[in-house]
Design a protein around this ligand. Structure first.
Ligand code: GLN
Ligand code: ZN
Length: 758
């Protein structure tokens, strides 16, 4: 018999119930008891959703973040948060977000724990902190209560925890402490935990060690061996879970650990499965993640079964099946989607549907065929319909892709020659000033967009409202004395959504929310088909804005790599191909803008860096196709057209050559918080083009002073010659208020004037 289980279920709730409950609690609109009740009901619901499984995950529910839960379970709570109050949950929120309540008195506010991305997903975790004083102790009440709740509900509970090696690896040492020195004391607490869980009649624990899919230094490999040698003494069976990638050089390490079962991501590491079967001692369970936990497409059940049947023959009862990773990364339930195109909807599966697929797979493998024929047939229909659908395939796009050559990504001349032509054309002063694109999104413009979407505002009125806002933005920029203006992006709710909605090949769900961090959720658009651009997407707004001023107006676009990285993408063609399609659509927009005399165009690649693969050895392949796609979108213009690009996280020491290869005339980046330290790389690498290192931290409400910005620019000059420097904020201003922005930009312009005088 095949066993089926799940690695984790989304906790936010089908209609983001947890998000709303948390936000109400933080603003004192509900009590802690009410919050706990909502949480308990959600857990109950989610176990109910999973009750066909042989094992359900417990401990995957979290009020904020599962890594932070682990820190609290291990009593690894930062000193600044200890003893703030007797209320443990409130302290937990203080570590998560600096304060438990919106109106909390300052003495209870602390520096929030640092937040960073969970592997290559868009989920963010709170980074564990370590120091010499770190002292682990078991605080498992929260987990134990959840296990009891699941058991009372009649569930076969499989606790899910983060493994000690990954936990250490994810954290940061706040002093010079070597994290691995903490391993022994950490593992002791895990042993205690297992003893506690044994008392609850727990049979299996899932222990997540996703760092097994990254390149591990020898000392970390040794840490694995030591850790699991100790944990092997437990009476509970351990299922070690890796996911998000391939094991490669960690394969024999993982297979050789004294555990009872191994889970691998059979979507990403399908090619390794046979090798794992050969290496894994035949007393051990192999759990294969055969349903994609990172994407929203239906699984091709027949193909999966065809592949699984011989594996099942070989492994028999040792074969377990699961989603590839926790379902945290997909929306909850497709049933909520009533407005999606019905053809496309039939191709999709969210968390609930993915578990249904697992059940079907197991039923067929276990030869309990009764009743599955209909469901299998409908799966086959959906898979075939998608494969051959005219909605997906557009021959014109495919023909165009086939003709793409690298030449398309080359500018007519090199930067030096372009710079001469552009300097004559734009005649900009030294230290030219500009902004990154968006201006504050006031309540009125949000309301206008909403009303228009609901059909409550006519196109004419909507256009008027947006034009009024554009006019205001242009006036203010002229008044402030900025050199290169923007239209302010009032028509855009989100930089990917805005373009996705106008491209063929994209659809948008209504409730397809995925947790990004804490109570924050995102609704990634879905790329289902070949991408094309039926008509221009920005031209009207930008040319209108240009008509209002004699200063150059910067056209503002989102780049292909960012569009790709912030969407759910097709699984029937390589990411690189989808990216190229996006790139051609953006290229057309760039050329349309150029034709209409928009001669400065910015193509944002905010998410370029976060697409880097987990293994460094795969970086170059990604960078090759990603940069190529960017270049094709941007570089079809004449020498006179100035191309800008913008990137948010500018830690690009290790990819600076790729950045330079984009060959943008100007790149604007986020640097102010790092005090320009991020520019150190420019000493070693001679970046040839112009650069605008952000001098205004837009993530803070503080108004930067003239002096502070002058000082930052002087630092920048140590790395980059003044004649290639621009003055601009770190990122877009859409989340700020007008009064802040007015003051900050006034100072920014003054700073630039002062620099020119020197
Ligand atoms: N042009 C976008 C804006 O200004 C860029 C946003 C981003 O980099 N995240 O909002
Ligand atoms: Zn940015």
């Amino acid at each position: 018999m095949v066993t089926i289980h799940n690695l984790g279920f989304p906790r936010i709730g089908k209609h983001r119930e947890l998000k709303f409950a948390l936000e109400k609690y933080w603003s004192n609109a509900i009590s802690q008891d009410e919050l706990l009740q909502i949480a308990s009901a959600l857990r109950k619901q989610h176990w109910q959703n999973q009750n066909e499984l042989d094992w359900v995950p417990v401990g995957d529910f979290s009020f904020y973040d599962q890594v932070l839960d682990m820190s609290f379970l291990l009593d690894n709570v930062p000193k600044r948060a200890k003893n703030l109050s007797d209320n443990k949950l409130d302290n937990y929120f203080r570590v998560a977000r600096g304060r438990a309540f919106v109106n909390e008195s300052d003495c209870n506010c602390i520096k929030a724990g640092e937040m960073t991305k969970w592997f290559d997903t868009n989920y963010h975790y709170i980074v564990p902190e370590f120091s010499q004083e770190t002292n682990f102790a078991l605080q498992a009440q929260h987990l134990i209560a959840q296990i009891k709740q699941a058991q009372e509900q009649g569930m076969k509970a499989k606790p899910v925890i983060i493994g000690p090696v990954t936990y250490l690896w994810l954290g940061k040492s706040k002093d010079k402490t070597n994290k691995l020195d903490l391993l022994d004391s950490l593992v002791k607490v895990y042993v205690q935990l297992f003893n506690e869980l044994a008392k609850l009649n727990i049979e299996w624990i899932q222990i997540d060690e996703p760092i097994l899919v990254t390149e591990l230094e020898p000392d970390w490999q040794i840490a694995f061996k030591k850790t699991y040698a100790t944990l092997a003494d437990s009476s509970i069976k351990l299922l070690l879970a890796s996911y998000f990638g391939t094991l490669q050089d960690n394969l024999s390490l993982a297979c050789g650990l004294p555990i009872d079962g191994l889970h691998i991501d059979a979507i990403n590491a399908k090619d390794e499965v046979q090798l794992v079967i050969n290496s894994l001692p035949n007393s051990k369970v192999l759990s294969l993640g055969v349903v994609n936990g990172r994407n929203i497409w239906k699984t091709d059940l027949s193909a999966t079964l065809l592949w699984l049947e011989p594996i099942h023959q070989q492994l028999q009862d040792r074969l377990w099946l699961a989603p590839s990773c926790s379902l945290l990364h997909v929306p909850v339930d497709l049933d909520s989607e009533q407005e999606l195109d019905s053809d496309i909807r039939a191709w999709l599966g969210f968390a609930v549907q993915k578990l249904e697929e697992l059940r079907l797979l197991a039923q067929v493998l276990n030869q309990e065929q009764t009743g599955v024929t209909k469901e299998m047939a409908s799966n086959i229909d959906a898979i075939n319909a998608r494969k051959y659908s005219p909605l997906v395939h557009n021959s014109a796009v495919k023909e165009r892709i086939a003709k793409v050559n690298d030449e398309l990504g080359n500018r007519q001349s090199n930067y030096k020659s372009r710079a001469k032509v552009q300097s004559k054309k734009f005649n900009l002063p030294l230290y030219p000033t500009t902004t990154i694109g968006s201006f504050p999104q006031t309540l009125e413009i949000r309301q206008a967009r909403r009303d228009y979407k609901l059909g409550e505002l006519s196109t004419e009125k909507y256009t008027q409202a947006m034009r009024t806002e554009i006019r205001r933005c242009v006036k203010i920029q002229e008044y402030l004395g900025l050199d290169v203006l923007v239209h302010g992006e009032p028509e855009r709710n989100d930089m990917v959504e805005y373009f996705g909605q106008q491209l063929s090949g994209y659809v948008f769900s209504q409730f397809g929310w995925v947790q990004s961090y804490g109570s924050r959720c995102v609704k990634p658009p879905i790329i289902f088909g070949d991408i094309s651009r039926p008509k221009s997407m920005t031209l009207d707004w930008i040319t209108y804005a240009q008509s209002l001023t004699h200063k150059p107006m910067k056209g503002m676009l989102t780049g292909p790599v960012t569009m790709l990285n912030w969407s759910f993408v097709r699984d029937d063609q390589p990411r690189a191909t989808t990216c190229l399609q996006l790139s051609l659509a953006i290229r057309d927009e760039v050329l349309d803008l150029e034709k209409s005399n928009i001669n400065i165009i910015q193509i944002d690649e905010a998410a370029l860096r976060e697409g880097l693969p987990l293994r460094k050895s795969q970086w170059q392949t990604y960078l090759d196709w990603a940069i190529k796609a960017y270049r094709i979108s941007a570089n079809g213009v004449s020498n006179e057209t100035q191309i800008h690009t913008h990137m948010c996280y500018s830690e690009f020491n290790d990819i600076i050559e790729a950045i330079a290869h984009m060959d943008a005339d100007v790149i604007t980046i986020e640097t102010s918080r790092s005090n320009m330290e991020l520019l150190d790389i420019f000493d070693k690498f001679d970046y040839p083009n112009e650069i605008g290192p952000g001098v205004y931290d837009v993530h803070s409400p503080n108004i930067p002073s003239v002096a502070s910005m002058v000082e930052l620019m002087k630092k920048a000059e140590k790395h980059i010659p003044a004649k290639r420097l621009w003055v601009n904020p770190d990122c877009g201003l859409k989340t700020r208020h007008w009064d802040e922005v007015n003051l900050a930009l006034t100072n920014m312009v003054l700073a630039s004037q002062q620099l020119r005088k020197n």
